[in-house]
Design a protein around this ligand. Structure first.
Ligand SMILES: Nc1ncnc2c1ncn2[C@@H]1O[C@H](COP(=O)(O)OP(=O)(O)OP(=O)(O)O)[C@@H](O)[C@H]1O
Ligand SMILES: [Mg+2]
Length: 281
């Protein structure tokens, strides 16, 4: 096993006003009327089309991803290349397929057709056991309600991830305490999630997601249950920590200001990507 990653230099946890992120450009791909999205054939009769090659430097790629739930087509052919270290906000109306896309990219759901490639490795083709190992060892997750274990103190919630990957309890607890400290939670190690504010609990969730040194962190509405200022604080910590740790970040959000913390914004409508805008440097 590779050595466990140390927490990065405190990722911007200095108190004070939340810095205003550079606003992302409005995701209008062209001037004039909204473009009609190119129809992507959902059925898979006949030979599959040759997928577009994955660009060098791509960490995570989706090719012609289709996912149905009964008659509902949640993903209708998604292609996406996400570079190593890049942060991407996935936006779109409720029901447009954001969470389904995130779950397929993360190997939680298996697409009906198409491919998910992590460093060129086919996640979509792995069996449940390998996908589960992949999620534990190479991915990190932050959800809307943190999903911390309510009966465990903060430090144990964070230590659990390296322990599941084989670290000793002592080593995992020490590293977890370091992570909590680097995320501004020193002194709160023994508090249970119910004894933390929503923002503090999300910082614990960020520490838990990053402690294993994941290649990709997935976050589904990580600020959805927080007020705006606290949400920005969590995004600041999440984006800066991922950047320092070299982790790619995929964040689903409804909030354009939350998306503005990311390098790139992808808009999903009816299971298709309809806009993809990089923040100008
Ligand atoms: N497990 C499921 N069973 C049946 N239908 C599902 C399931 N998961 C998602 N869907 C359907 O697939 C479509 C896309 O859902 P998804 O959860 O990806 O949307 P979303 O963009 O994340 O929405 P929200 O912003 O409300 O979270 C919706 O029509 C939804 O009802
Ligand atoms: Mg969702």
């Amino acid at each position: 096993m590779s050595p466990m990653p140390q927490p990065p230099v405190p990722p911007g946890v200095t108190p004070g006003p939340v810095p205003t992120p550079v606003p992302a450009p409005v995701p209008v791909p062209t001037t004039g009327p909204a473009p009609t999205p190119t129809p992507v054939p959902v059925p898979t009769s006949g030979p599959p089309p040759t997928p577009a090659p994955v660009a060098p430097g791509t960490r995570l790629a989706a090719r012609s991803l289709v996912k149905r739930f009964g008659a509902t087509v949640a993903l209708a052919g998604v292609d996406l290349d996400i570079a190593a270290g890049e942060s991407v906000a996935v936006m779109g109306p409720s029901g447009s397929g954001k969470s389904t896309l995130l779950h397929c990219l993360a190997g939680i759901l298996v697409p009906d057709s198409g491919a998910v490639l992590l460093e060129g490795q086919g996640v979509h083709a792995m069996n449940e056991r390998d996908r589960s190992m992949l999620r534990r060892q190479r991915f990190g997750f932050v959800f809307q309600f943190g999903q911390l274990l309510s009966e465990l103190p903060a430090v144990e919630n964070v230590a659990l991830a390296p322990m599941l990957n084989g670290a000793s309890r002592k080593e995992a607890m020490a590293l977890a305490a370091q992570w909590l400290g680097s995320l501004g939670l020193a002194g709160m190690e023994t508090r249970r999630p119910g004894e933390l504010s929503g923002g503090q609990a999300q910082r614990v969730a960020v520490a838990r997601a990053l402690i294993t040194g994941p290649q990709v962190v997935f976050a589904d509405e990580p600020t959805g249950a927080l007020d705006q200022a606290t949400g920005h604080d969590v995004m600041r910590v999440l984006t800066s920590t991922c950047r320092l740790a070299g982790a790619t970040l995929v964040v689903v959000t409804h909030d354009a200001q939350v998306a503005a913390w990311c390098d790139r914004r992808v808009e999903v409508r009816d299971g298709r990507v309809v806009a993809d805008v990089r923040r100008s440097a």
